[in-house]
Design a protein around this ligand. Structure first.
Ligand SMILES: NC(=O)c1ccc[n+]([C@@H]2O[C@H](COP(=O)([O-])OP(=O)(O)OC[C@H]3O[C@@H](n4cnc5c(N)ncnc54)[C@H](O)[C@@H]3O)[C@@H](O)[C@H]2O)c1
Length: 353
């Protein structure tokens, strides 16, 4: 058996999926359920054969291939899948397995949570980002572009299995994307993890993946529906989601993690500007993130559009921008109120002329 995450709300196992409880679940609790596996084009090719070969209980599964990529995390795709599930006569007692990155686990979880008022689902994340973040904690959803995750539910998966073996085929830029969310977990809650990741680059080990998930699971346990503590996980995301939304609108290819990294640069500088984070720590974070992720592929003329997107973000209201800020490496403060002028100064500094 792999390492089990200690959590009230999240059943997560990290380690080889072959030695995990998956086989018992498929044959026991879900033994009579019809299994529907959601993949995208890449996980169909790279990850599904591994499960199919090793789990007898999946031999009869229906496989639904979702179109790959963030731009397809939409209601239009969900409608087609709900139609297919109805045609396959899928019942409420059946089981969905999401095998993919955050797009598959977010959208697959959303599809499962709405269909017949909710079907059980298991997440088997195949990207680093989905392992340490998207597939844990119960947020499901789709975009209403350019607004990220505008539609969604809080619905916990029955189980999440994180097996680093799937990372073998993951492109480097996607590995880098996942590293950003792990850096975030260290920055908001665990200085030792942040320093270890920064110095030793141990991101893809079972131990680091486990530590990063444990941070998320602990925070989600304290506040499953995001009324307070869970907002700490949004560090880097007010700005990151705006950058991601705008880049997708303009067909600029960026990963979620890159955008979160750029968001963390801006929000660390804002933390410094507001006297919460000392200048040495701001410099430590900013220089390390810039050396890893560079700067956003946007020009200063994009600032108005970014700010407009931030006001429309569900984390904010129309009068004030709201960010999670840092008070130290390893400590975060939620609901930092940011003046638009301060946001403009920091963005102006980061973006190209
Ligand atoms: N629900 C949450 O709490 C939460 C948290 C963070 C991020 N997210 C969401 O997660 C999404 C981003 O997730 P992501 O970065 O995993 O993106 P993704 O699902 O688009 O995966 C990235 C790319 O990697 C490919 N891929 C996946 N696994 C592979 C493998 N093992 N081998 C080869 N290719 C593989 C995918 O096909 C895709 O092209 C965003 O939509 C974001 O909003 C959700």
């Amino acid at each position: 058996m792999g390492e089990l995450i200690k959590s009230e709300n999240n059943n997560v196992e990290v380690g080889s999926v072959l030695e995990s409880q998956l086989n018992d679940l498929l044959n026991g609790q879900f033994g009579r359920a019809k299994k529907i596996v959601f993949v995208d084009e890449n996980t169909h090719e790279n990850c599904w054969p591994y499960l199919l070969t090793n789990f007898e209980a999946l031999k009869e599964a229906e496989v639904i291939v979702l179109p790959t990529g963030e731009e397809n995390k939409t209601m239009e795709v969900c409608f087609q899948v709900w139609q297919a599930l109805s045609e396959y006569k899928i019942k409420r007692s059946d089981l969905i397995i999401n095998l993919g990155g955050g797009v598959v686990t977010d959208m697959g979880g959303f599809i499962a949570s709405i269909y017949k008022r909710g079907l059980a689902f298991i997440n088997i994340p195949t990207t680093l980002l989905a392992m340490v973040d998207a597939a844990v904690g119960g947020k499901t959803g789709v975009n209403l572009l350019p607004w990220k995750n505008q539609l969604g539910t809080f619905t916990l998966p029955a189980f999440t299995f994180c097996d680093p073996i799937f990372l073998a085929t993951l492109p480097d830029k996607e590995v880098e994307s996942g590293k950003a969310e792990m850096i975030k977990h260290g920055l908001i809650a665990d200085a030792a993890l942040y320093n270890e990741l920064k110095q030793k680059d141990t991101f893809t080990t079972t131990k680091s993946i486990f530590s990063a998930i444990q941070i998320k699971a602990r925070i989600v346990d304290l506040d499953p529906k995001e009324s307070g503590e869970r907002k700490k996980l949004n560090f880097g995301h007010t700005v990151g989601h705006a950058i991601e939304g705008l880049c997708h609108q303009e067909h600029i290819d960026v990963t979620h993690g890159e955008c979160v990294a750029w968001g963390m640069i801006v929000e660390s500088r804002l933390s410094g500007m507001m006297g919460l984070l000392n200048s040495q720590e701001v410099e430590n974070i900013v220089s390390s993130l810039i050396s890893r992720y560079g700067t956003p592929p946007l020009e200063r003329k994009a600032i108005d559009a970014l700010i407009e997107l931030m006001y429309q973000d569900k984390k904010n209201n129309s009068e004030q921008l709201n960010c999670t800020l840092l008070t130290a490496i390893g400590n975060a403060k939620i609901d930092g109120q940011i003046e638009e002028g301060q946001m403009r100064v920091v963005l102006d500094d980061l973006l190209k002329k």
